[in-house]
Design a protein around this ligand. Structure first.
Ligand code: M6R
Length: 364
């Protein structure tokens, strides 16, 4: 059942190119996005004035990354909320908003409660859900199914990757309908999405280097992930992967916040992973990495092929293929999944069933 892999997590990491391709193909028709099966018409999209993305854990991190994509492409306000916070704070909701609830299982108690709250307030709801017929899928007004297939490992990988695709597709279609991108840009974005499965495959094929690096880092006490913008959202997911399966304390910080307190935690040899996929923010994050280094940090850089001057700063670098910066999360997350996996294996831990965690969190 593990198809020759030692753990479900590694099997599911390898299933990502197919899961991403399947999810994308399910909403493409003749090279265009077609949301008719989801039941969201262009007229309805036109009416939507803002978007709330509500989720827990990794699904929340998908929301964080999507917020940048959505606001940049569509120019409508997007709020990303932790379901467990949203539901208890009497939120002020706009009747013309769309609430997008992201959940692999479709059974997460807080996400389901947040969905019900939105429905009670008369807000239109959409579920981005993997498990067919789950509670969130049944109760949402519209469902965008991710086609990841069954995900067994507690640490999500392929569901996360397909949720990102769903979010990109929505952003691109909203942007087209609302006229914030040209027809040409629309086609370019879709073509770029179609290249992602092969690029993900290339990163997976290169996993040995990460295995080596992970074996050296297995005794780390703390790891810090830093980035700006989308790279901050990627950092959050990288940090969660690390802590949930390797039991190494890790934190994600917006790189610009380091100076406001966190940098005092950097000691000699502390591993700091800088995520640098966004050209506009590259230099800024490099300078934050330099600041960490001068306090003794050991630096890993995660950036795009071509940014070779990172090697002047970083002690170890992982390169990912080039893509449109909006979609960089889909590529940058893969080495971070692999890193968490290999550290966990190096420590001899139960990768697929980490302590204290359940695959589906149905208690509040
Ligand atoms: O089933 P859901 O997508 O609603 O689950 C949400 C989180 O519990 C989940 O993403 C969790 O954070 C993962 N174990 C992370 O790998």
């Amino acid at each position: 059942e593990k198809a020759g892999f030692e753990h479900f997590m590694m099997k599911e990491i390898h299933e990502q190119p197919k899961a991403v391709r399947d999810t994308l193909n399910s909403v493409l028709k003749d090279g265009q996005i077609d949301l008719s099966e989801i039941g969201l018409s262009d007229e309805e999209i036109q009416e939507i004035s803002q978007v709330y993305i509500i989720a827990c854990g990794s699904a929340y991190h998908v929301g964080m990354a999507s917020q940048y994509v959505f606001e940049d492409m569509v120019r409508v306000p997007v709020r990303v909320e932790l379901a467990s916070e949203f539901r208890y704070r009497n939120p002020i909701l706009d009747q013309k908003a769309l609430a997008v609830i992201i959940s692999q299982s479709g059974e997460t108690a807080d996400s389901l409660a947040a969905l019900r709250l939105c429905k009670n307030e008369g807000i239109r709801t959409m579920g981005i859900v993997n498990v067919v017929g789950s509670s969130i899928a049944r109760e949402a007004d519209n469902v965008f199914y991710t086609l990841a297939g069954p995900e067994i490992s507690v640490a999500t990988t392929k569901a996360y990757s397909t949720q990102l695709i769903a979010a990109y597709v929505l952003a691109i279609q909203f942007a087209k309908v609302k006229g914030t991108i040209s027809e040409e840009q629309y086609c370019t974005y879709i073509k770029e999405l179609e290249t992602l499965p092969d690029k993900i495959q290339r990163i997976i094929d290169d996993k040995e280097r990460l295995q080596w690096f992970a074996s050296k880092q297995a005794n780390s006490k703390d790891v810090f992930f830093i980035g700006r913008g989308i790279d901050y959202a990627i950092s959050m997911e990288g940090s969660l992967k690390m802590k949930e399966i390797s039991y190494i304390h890790s934190e994600a910080y917006a790189a610009g916040e380091l100076k406001h307190g966190t940098i005092s935690l950097i000691e000699d040899g502390t591993l700091v992973i800088g995520v640098l996929t966004q050209p506009a923010l590259y230099e800024k994050t490099v300078s934050n990495m330099v600041e960490c280094k001068s306090r003794g940090a050991y630096l890993m850089g995660l950036t795009t092929f071509g940014n070779y001057n990172i090697e002047d700063t970083a002690d170890f670098t992982v390169y990912i293929p080039k893509t449109d910066p909006h979609f960089a999360t889909s590529l940058a997350v893969i080495p971070l999944q692999l890193l968490g996996y290999f550290v966990s294996v190096a420590k001899g831990l139960d990768v697929d069933k980490p302590r204290n965690l359940a695959k589906s969190v149905t208690v509040e």
